[in-house]
Structures are given as C-alpha cells and as structure tokens.
Design a protein around this ligand. Structure first.
Ligand SMILES: Nc1ncnc2c1ncn2[C@@H]1O[C@H](COP(=O)(O)OP(=O)(O)OP(=O)(O)O)[C@@H](O)[C@H]1O
Ligand SMILES: [Mg+2]
Length: 355
C-alpha cells in the first residue's frame, strides 16, 4: 500500500486554485464555478458548473483540472464533470471581446455594481460596499455612472463641485476616505434629461476617461438600471475586474438579473457574484425576520448562474435613513445586520481579487 497522504476536499480545493479560468488570470475557485468535491480514498470527483459562452472553456477547464489533480499526492483517479446552465448558455449567443476597453491608470480593480431591474438597491450596495472596502484600509473610489438618476452624492452627503485640472481632466471629491465622482456633480440637474442615445454614450465614455483617480486599490462603478447602451458602453470602455449583480428575492427581479448576467458575459466581464438586497425585513422591535419579497430567490439564482451569493442584506430602516442622510450604514451602524452583510461581501472581494 502507498504511504502517500490521501487527498482531502481542502487539498483538492487548494490544488484547483492553480487552474486559471481560460482567458483570465483568475483561478476557477475564485470564479466560484467549482460546485462539488468528492473524495473517496485516492479517487477524486469534481463537479464544475459553467455558464460560459466560450466554446473552448469546458474542455480546457476539464483537462487543466484533471492534470493538476493527478499531480496532487495520493490521487489515483481524477474525474472532472462539467455541468451546464442551459438557460444562461442559450441567452449568450456571441462573444465580443471588449476591444476598446482600457485599464484606468493607477486603479488596480474596477468593480461594476449592476442590476437588471431598477430600484433594487444598486446605489445603496455600491456606496456601502465601497465604504466597507475603505474600512478594510483599501484606497477606494466610487463612480456614479447614472446620468439620469445620480444618487450617490446624496447617499454620501456631499454637493461639493468637482474641480477641473489644467489639462481639462476632472478631479474627484474626497469624502470619508472615498474618492467620489458623479455625473450629478458635473451637470445641472435638468441637463441630463435632454441628452439622448448616442450623446449619452459619448458623454459616458468621455466621463470615464477624464477623471483623475490617482492610485486606487478598488474603484466601484454604480451603474444605472437595465441592460442598455450605457451599461454596454461602460463595459466596453473600462476593463472591469468583474461585476456584482444586485437583486431582490422576487421573481421579477431575478428574471432581470439573468438578462444582466447574459449581457456582461457577452462582453466577457466576469460576474463576481450576486448580492441579494431586501432579503427580509428585520423588525427592530422583536428582531424577527419577515421575508417580504419571498425567500431563497437570490441563492437559487446564484446557483443557476454558477456564481457565489456574496451577501443577503436585510431591509432595515437605518439603511434607507442613512442613504437619505448621507451616512452609509457601514459607517454609522457598523454592527448592524446590513453593515455586516456589506462587510462580508467586501471581505470576499478582497480575497478574490487579492486586494
Ligand atoms: N436594504 C435596504 N433596507 C432599506 N432600504 C433600502 C435597502 N436597500 C435600498 N433601500 C432604499 O431603497 C431605495 C432604492 O435604493 P437604491 O437607490 O439604492 O436603488 P437603485 O437600484 O440604485 O435604484 P435605481 O435603479 O433607480 O438606480 C432607496 O431609498 C434606498 O435607501
Ligand atoms: Mg441607483
């Protein structure tokens, strides 16, 4: 009998961290696509859940994983099963490399916060996630890309105008350790309403390229709702490390989040995970949870998309009040259930993106 140590699910997981997702520098574990690891003696079976539209991805992943696993001490047989998420795969028809997408100078990671449906809490999530990243000691920026309904300055409590530089670029404002830029700080409130289609696209591109962010570990983009031209323009103008999708648990929001996931896959922007907002109402009187929009929707959708569920954020009065007052709950009530959920998601990003 061999005296090699037997593999364990943990050692298999560690071993799979050496396998990059085809076309990316990130590994398949951090992509969240490894669903199941079974170990019986020296025999290892791994299930991988894919939604990718890249036709070469399944074979490459299977081969690379099996090769890595065979080099793990004690492994006598390695089998990798690839499962597909049919619906998501069908929705993604073409792969379009973002040819014009560029990195923003000095910024290590750009993370977009998006949703299919409006009003699900993107801006709230973007603001609090950025605040939680700042609390981790990271250099952070937040860019409000919502030209028609910019709300981030209000949520962070500033109306400071942004300043132009000598070479016609724009300096963000700094508030609570966050560098902030918003279309609202640049434009008259009424001006946006008259901008249409192609002009908005051009304006958005200009806007993204002209801001001088300086050195940042993470820049969070708060996207407008939906899956239209503006979202596509943003994904094709700036190289995104990934996208966080925000949804509420009910079916109408989940259907829209599926569409958003398909759109980002088309432009090869990886989905980092899903945040379920308004998961339940946390009653301040008795601490009871009331699942106002239903239960389990976010977890189900995350499984379907093959991405991790990063957090479940309860409905709490203080989240809304903090937003209106310009004091994100992560700063004002760091021990609240919502603040902890945002901190959890920030910790995930730090691990996954090596921030
Ligand atoms: N977990 C929560 N608990 C209580 N109120 C919340 C929560 N999340 C969001 N809200 C409130 O819901 C409203 C909508 O949230 P928010 O503006 O963040 O959504 P959005 O998705 O950015 O909207 P839009 O699609 O218009 O950009 C805000 O008033 C916000 O304070
Ligand atoms: Mg918003």
């Amino acid at each position: 009998m061999s005296d090699l140590p037997l593999p364990t699910p943990e050692s298999v997981r560690e071993c799979l961290r050496s396998v990059p997702y085809p076309g990316y520098s990130r590994d398949i574990i951090s992509f969240g696509i490894v669903k199941d690891i079974a170990v019986a003696g020296g025999e290892v079976t791994v299930s991988i859940h894919l939604t990718s539209s890249n036709p070469d991805a399944p074979m490459r992943i299977k081969e690379d994983c099996e090769k890595a696993l065979r080099s793990l001490p004690g492994v006598t047989r390695a089998e990798v099963r690839i499962e597909f998420n049919q619906q998501a795969t069908r929705a993604v028809s073409t792969i379009q490399k973002p040819n014009a997408a560029t990195q923003i100078e000095g910024v290590r990671h750009v993370i977009a916060v998006a949703s299919g449906k409006g009003g699900v809490g993107k801006s709230t999530v973007a603001v609090n996630l950025t605040a939680a990243l700042a609390e981790l000691g990271l250099r952070t920026g937040l860019c409000d890309c919502d030209i028609y309904g910019p709300s981030v300055p209000l949520m962070l409590g500033t109306r400071d105008p942004v300043l132009p530089t000598n070479d016609d670029r724009i300096l963000p404002v700094e508030i609570s350790g966050i560098r902030l830029m918003s279309m609202a700080l640049l434009m008259e409130e009424t001006a946006a309403a008259v901008l249409r289609g192609p002009i908005v696209t051009r304006y958005t591109q200009e806007f993204l390229r002209r801001v001088v962010w300086g050195t940042l570990d993470a820049l969070v983009l708060d996207l407008p709702p939906g899956t239209g031209d503006i979202q596509l323009t943003i994904a094709q103008t700036v190289e995104l490390s990934g996208v966080i999708l925000v949804t509420t648990p009910q079916e109408v929001a989940l259907a829209d989040v599926r569409r958003a996931a398909a759109m980002f896959e088309k432009v090869n922007a990886p989905i980092l995970g899903l945040i379920e907002n308004m998961s339940f109402f946390l009653c301040p009187d008795n601490g009871k949870r009331y699942p106002i929009f239903g239960e389990g929707g976010g977890a189900r959708e995350a499984r379907r998309l093959g991405v991790p569920l990063l957090a479940q954020v309860p409905i709490e009065m203080e989240v809304r009040a903090g937003g209106d007052r310009g004091k994100p709950i992560v700063f004002s009530h760091p021990a609240s259930a919502s603040a902890l959920a945002f901190s959890e998601a920030a910790a995930f990003l730090r691990r996954t993106l090596d921030l």
